[in-house]
Design a protein around this ligand. Structure first.
Ligand SMILES: O=c1ccn([C@@H]2O[C@@H]3COP(=O)(O)O[C@H]3[C@H]2O)c(=O)[nH]1
Ligand SMILES: [Zn+2]
Ligand SMILES: [Zn+2]
Length: 250
């Protein structure tokens, strides 16, 4: 059994030199994506992973840098890969809006029988805060976190031992009590806004207020093009980069 996470991109939504933050998890030869932004299909192609090799895609929330590649994935599976479907793992709150608010605009095609999201993807609904083994050796738990007010948005626990923030505001209480004290996560992948105020993302300044023993477990992702100016200024935290691979505890 092995579990690896490889970053397909580590950039913020509007980064121009970095790909959208998303990750490829490999568990016992099954590939699962965490998010699929508009640059994710290109990133997969760069490492020679084709859409039909993706077992499923976990959706953290509906912003283009996290779901903008779904239309390409679905159309290529349909037209280039013999109508193969991949799975979408998401909560009912995301499922309620993903098609209607986003995908329908490009994908609704009733004359060919494509009326809804289930005509393109195999939908797997995940209950919030309930660990679920989605492929052998890979359990996820989606927990509701604060990003944009009134917008469903989730962070992930992977096998109860790794925390992947996706997009969230800084939440010291969650990090200290849930991620460290309760689960003792040794690997934390956290979004990081390098400058400015933390309206919808955790800022570097906020993350630097964490004790050093927590910082040393944190890999920073979802950062802007100016990242190079911050090397050496992240305390005990390190930047994770595109294509980096972490071995995760089972
Ligand atoms: O209330 C809002 C909504 C959006 N935005 C910007 O749009 C981006 C969407 O992707 P993101 O969540 O990675 O980052 C977001 C921000 O850069 C914002 O600043 N304030
Ligand atoms: Zn984002
Ligand atoms: Zn977002």
């Amino acid at each position: 059994m092995s579990l690896q996470i490889q970053m397909l991109g580590t950039g913020s939504a509007f980064a121009k030199t970095l790909y959208n933050t998303s990750a490829l998890v490999r568990s016992n030869n099954k590939n699962i994506l965490i998010d699929c932004g508009h640059t994710t299909p290109k990133s997969l192609d760069d490492i020679q992973v084709q859409p039909d090799q993706i077992e499923g895609i976990i959706i953290s929330h509906i912003h283009a840098d996290h779901i903008g590649g779904l239309e390409e994935m679905a159309f290529r599976l349909l037209y280039e890969f013999n109508q193969k479907k991949t799975k979408l793992f998401m909560t009912p709150a995301i499922a309620a809006i993903l098609w209607e608010n986003t995908l329908k605009g490009g994908m609704y095609n009733p004359s060919d029988g494509f009326n809804g999201i289930e005509d393109y993807f195999d939908i797997v609904l995940l209950e919030e805060s309930k660990p679920t083994e989605i492929v052998p050796g890979f359990t996820i738990e989606l927990i509701s976190t604060l990003h944009i007010p009134h917008k469903p948005s989730y962070s992930l626990f992977i096998n109860e031992q790794t925390f992947y923030s996706a997009d969230t505001k800084f939440n010291e209480e969650l990090l200290i009590h849930e991620v460290i004290n309760k689960r003792n996560c040794h690997t934390i992948l956290h979004d990081c806004q390098l400058g400015g105020h933390g309206a919808i993302h955790a800022t570097l300044a906020e993350l630097l207020t964490l004790p050093e023993e927590i910082q040393q477990r944190i890999h920073l992702m979802h950062y802007g093009d100016e990242m190079v100016n911050y090397i050496g200024k992240t305390g005990k935290m390190t930047f994770i980069k595109q294509h980096d691979v972490l071995e995760l505890p089972q």
